[in-house]
Design a protein around this ligand. Structure first.
Ligand code: PLP
Length: 395
């Protein structure tokens, strides 16, 4: 007999992947240019030139066996040091290479944290809707813990602190935040993070064990109108930072990121548990070539200006047609309300115009749709009249 829960997961692709595959099939029928695929968060801007320069230099200058060989499980010390130095230069922190554990992207970073922190099946992690759907998979199937959801505050998608407070229990092991957020683009302010830190400190004291903040930050650099993104680890000491270069450097297929382990009293056990979780999950080490690329390009980003233009066009266009939407401050997603309460029915209807949208229910926020705008600007320009036609069907 096979493991029934993973068998079920393998048989049913995520809705996002399902829509993405549907788009590929439709593209084969009517041409890629006639499909408006807003389903997946695959950056459409190329990596910065620095990435290609680093790759060529590494491949020319170093021995292939060294470039492609295994590294230490936590990542080669020189690569970790370069990344720690970059964080320190940007945030005025004092991290050392020994606080970093390099991973195969943010998905691995968060999975490792859930696994490392889970001691019993009663342990709980609190997530805020709308959330990245894979959290449920990583928490419940990967770590064997429980996922507790705070419902969305749909007026602004900020934290509903009363709802959060009601969800703490003696089993709470961690709270997961994702700012800038996928799918709604919200960015938490310093005030929000400070209030969260206060509540976490108070609950940790009440229950007699630290409650960790797991800050999933793959969109940290993707923000608009000069919006500041406070570094969550500076507001609460028990923060595990989960990062990846998938979005900032447009390298999602290369699988490179890290966990930053906080310098707290139980540090050595915490770091060891992170290493142990990476081992259990079979990650061995982050890709050695891209460890070096990340180390050399930690201070760079892809050209993010196209996302700003896409956001402007889409947000202004859709709101002028009557779609209600919280204006995103970061990431590359828009999360408007659907024009009927049943978001699945709405997204199904949108397919008539070859508009591929993801129902908000998958993110724990029914009645919404996620639009990934990491696409060519022209795709948005051509899609807007179709959104208009779709809106007219509801008048
Ligand atoms: N966390 C969030 C919030 C994401 O949106 C994503 C990817 O879209 C991930 C984690 C996984 O990122 P990675 O591709 O680096 O594993």
């Amino acid at each position: 007999m096979l493991n029934p829960s993973v068998l079920a997961l393998g048989k049913k692709r995520s809705t996002i992947r399902e829509i993405f595959e549907y788009g590929n099939r439709r593209a084969a029928q009517v041409g890629r240019e006639n499909i408006f695929d807003f389903s997946i968060g695959n950056p459409n801007v190329p990596p910065p030139q620095a990435v290609q320069d680093a790759l060529l230099d590494i491949l020319h200058a170093q021995q292939p066996t060294a470039v492609h060989g295994y590294t230490s499980a936590q990542g080669a010390p020189a690569n970790r040091k370069a990344i720690a130095d970059n964080l320190n230069a940007r945030f005025g922190t004092h991290y050392s290479a020994d606080q970093l554990y390099l991973t195969v992207g943010a998905a691995a970073s968060v999975s490792i944290c859930f696994k490392a922190l889970t001691a019993t099946p009663e342990d709980e992690f609190i997530v805020f809707a709308p959330y990245f759907p894979e959290y449920l998979v990583f928490i419940e199937h990967g770590a064997g813990a429980k996922c507790v959801v705070v419902p969305p505050q749909i007026s602004d998608f900020q934290i509903d602190f009363a709802a959060l407070e009601a969800r703490f229990s003696p089993h709470t092991k961690g709270v997961v935040i994702n700012s800038p957020n996928n799918p709604c683009g919200v960015v938490y302010s310093v005030e929000t993070l400070s209030r969260l830190a206060q509540m976490l400190t108070q609950k940790s004291e009440e229950y007699g064990h630290p409650i960790y903040l797991i800050s999933d930050e793959p969109y940290r650099e993707i923000v608009y109108d000069g919006q500041p993104v406070p570094f969550a680890a500076q507001t609460y000491p028990h923060t595990l930072v989960c990062y990846s270069y998938s979005k900032s450097l447009s390298l999602p297929g290369e699988r490179i990121g890290y966990v930053l382990v906080p310098d707290v009293a139980e540090f050595s056990d915490l770091y060891a548990a992170v290493c142990g979780a990476g081992r259990v999950l079979g990650y061995v080490n982050a890709p050695s070539l891209f460890q070096q690329v990340a180390a050399r390009c930690a201070g760079c980003t892809a050209d993010l200006s196209i996302y700003a233009e896409n956001r402007r066009l889409l947000y202004d266009g859709l709101t002028s047609m009557g779609y209600a939407c919280v204006k995103p401050d970061g990431a590359f997603y828009l999360f408007p309300r659907t024009l009927e309460p049943n978001d699945y029915a709405f997204c199904e209807r949108a397919k008539k115009y070859d508009l591929l949208l993801v129902p908000g229910t998958d993110f724990g926020a029914p009645g919404h749709m996620r639009i990934s705008y990491c696409v060519q600007t022209e795709t948005i320009q051509r899609a807007l009249p179709l959104f208009q036609k779709l809106a007219e069907e509801y008048r």
